[in-house]
Structure formats: structure tokens, C-alpha cells
Design a protein around this ligand. Structure first.
Ligand code: ATP
Length: 202
């Protein structure tokens, strides 16, 4: 069986920065956030179901999903959130499985902010956590998104705690240093994963 490596981390920890470096080494990255967007594209059954359930006002004039409106709706009502999750989670899982199965790189990476909180973890053989101190998470996210500190802290509070995430890691990438230091860690871990992948196939 091909090796599947899960990679996760809190908001602004550097998942994308890290996975871009693995991708540059020829590794296929399956992105759970991207999968959740693909299943909601116009013409896909999930979007029709959402429009039928909540109303057409959740669609933008171009027929795509108004994500902000949907978020506001499900944030305010647990039943709506549960309905949406029961619709989307299996479809996201299927999309991820298909993309993992289609990969032919030496090993494949599944990148997800919710890897450990969802069943996505079950598809992986190995868990990498990208870790930075909370103050750095806040500073880098604010710089990237022009977000308010309070908003970023609210998202961090809603995510798994740093301690719990680290406790479930097989390997931790410490991204509190420079991008050059990140690159060096990725290079080392990539070599280790290639060996693991070979061992898993043998
Ligand atoms: P999210 O969960 O919000 O998608 P993420 O974990 O993918 O976030 P990135 O977008 O990779 O995080 O990184 C957050 C920001 O910090 C980006 O602007 C990125 O360029 C920057 N960054 C990442 N790693 C470093 C680093 N080692 N040094 C400086 N800046 C960094």
C-alpha cells in the first residue's frame, strides 16, 4: 500500500508553506480545504442540496456558493450546521479518497486543518504537525490576512489545543524559525518518508 502522510497544524502555523516545499520535491499534496470547495462547485449535487435546503439566497449572482452567508447561517444554528456536515463530510471524504488513490508520487500527503478532528485521520499512516507558538500564529495570520487579533484568537480557541495536537504527532515540524530552516526540516523529513514508503512497499 502506498504511504499516506497526514499534515496538520493550527491557523497560520505554516501548513501551506511546508506542503509547497514537499510539492517542490515531487510529492502530491491532497488539500482537504480544496476538496471541500470542489464538492460545492456549481453543477455538483451538494450545491443543489444546499440551495434547496436553505434557499437560493445562499447563491451568488454567478451561481457559486455564498460562503460567508452559509457560514453565518450554520454558525447561528446547530441543527443547520449538523445538516450541512452530514451532507458534506461524506462527499469531502470521497473526494479526498479519490484524489489519494489517483496519486502516483513516492508517498502522498493529505493536508488538513481538521485532520485530527475528523475521520480524515483514518486515511493516513503517519501524522506530521506543523507547530509554532501561539503569538507567532497570531502575528503571521494577521500579516497574511489583514485580520484582527481578536478574530484570529477566536479561531485558535475553536481549534484543537496545541498540546493535544502535539500529543498526536508522529513528527513535529518546528516552524518558529526562518523559511530556510523550514526548508531544511522538510528536506530531512522527505528523505525519511521516502525510506518509509520503500519499506511499506517492500
Ligand atoms: P491556514 O491554516 O490559515 O491555511 P497555514 O498553516 O497554511 O494557515 P501558511 O499560510 O503556510 O499557514 O503560513 C502563514 C503565513 O506565515 C503565510 O503568510 C506564510 O508565508 C508565513 N510563514 C510561514 N512560515 C514562515 C516562516 N518560517 N517564516 C516567516 N513566515 C512564514
Amino acid at each position: 500500500m502506498a504511504l499516506i502522510v497526514g499534515i496538520t497544524g493550527g491557523i497560520g502555523s505554516g501548513k501551506t508553506a511546508a506542503t509547497d516545499l514537499f510539492a517542490a520535491r515531487g510529492i502530491t499534496i491532497v488539500d482537504a480545504d480544496l476538496a471541500s470547495r470542489i464538492i460545492m462547485e456549481p453543477g455538483k449535487p451538494a450545491l443543489d442540496a444546499v440551495a434547496k435546503h436553505f434557499g437560493d439566497h445562499l447563491l451568488l449572482p454567478d451561481g457559486t456558493l455564498d460562503r460567508a452567508a452559509l457560514r453565518a447561517r450554520v454558525f447561528a444554528n446547530d441543527d443547520d450546521r449538523l445538516w450541512l456536515e452530514s451532507l458534506t463530510h461524506p462527499l469531502i471524504g470521497k473526494e479526498i479518497s479519490e484524489q489519494l488513490a489517483a496519486s502516483d508520487s513516492a508517498y502522498t500527503m493529505l493536508s488538513s486543518p481538521l485532520l485530527l478532528e475528523t475521520g480524515q485521520h483514518g486515511s493516513t499512516d503517519y501524522t506530521i504537525v506543523v507547530d509554532v507558538p501561539e503569538a507567532m500564529q497570531v502575528a503571521r495570520t494577521m500579516a497574511r490576512d489583514n485580520n484582527y487579533e481578536e478574530q484570529v484568537r477566536r479561531i485558535i480557541a475553536a481549534q484543537m489545543s496545541r498540546q493535544d495536537r502535539l500529543a498526536r504527532a508522529d513528527r513535529v515540524i518546528d516552524n518558529s524559525g526562518t523559511l530556510v530552516e523550514l526548508k531544511e526540516q522538510v528536506a530531512r523529513i522527505h528523505e525519511e518518508l521516502l525510506q518509509r514508503a520503500t519499506a511499506a512497499e517492500g
